[in-house]
Design a protein around this ligand. Structure first.
Ligand SMILES: [Zn+2]
Length: 95
């Protein structure tokens, strides 16, 4: 049975999960963070810890254009490096 105290606790926990925030390096605001690192490795962790969800979504849209415009092949490590450099620049993330 859910008593009042349990309810308050669950409610608070839910709020905390929903409101998980990050001080974003791109927009400079404390905003909603991603649910998990969007990429593997250090870069994914850096983004997860320093970039808000809306800035990441903004990048994701720009990324598609960048890949098309420069015909980047993500299977190629050199191309991936170029993409990640642009990503860090866009997100204002230091290496
Ligand atoms: Zn942001």
């Amino acid at each position: 049975m859910l008593n009042v105290a349990t309810f308050a606790f669950v409610h608070l926990s839910m709020k905390e999960i929903r409101m998980a925030e990050v001080l974003c390096t791109r927009c400079g605001k404390s905003a909603e963070k991603l649910e998990k690192p969007p990429l593997r490795g250090k870069i994914g962790q850096d983004i997860y810890e320093h970039v808000c969800r809306s800035c990441w979504e903004e990048w994701s849209q720009g990324e598609v254009m960048l890949i098309n415009e420069y015909r980047l092949n993500l299977a190629d490590p050199e191309h991936r490096k170029v993409l990640y450099q642009n990503m860090r620049q866009f997100l204002n993330l230091a290496e």
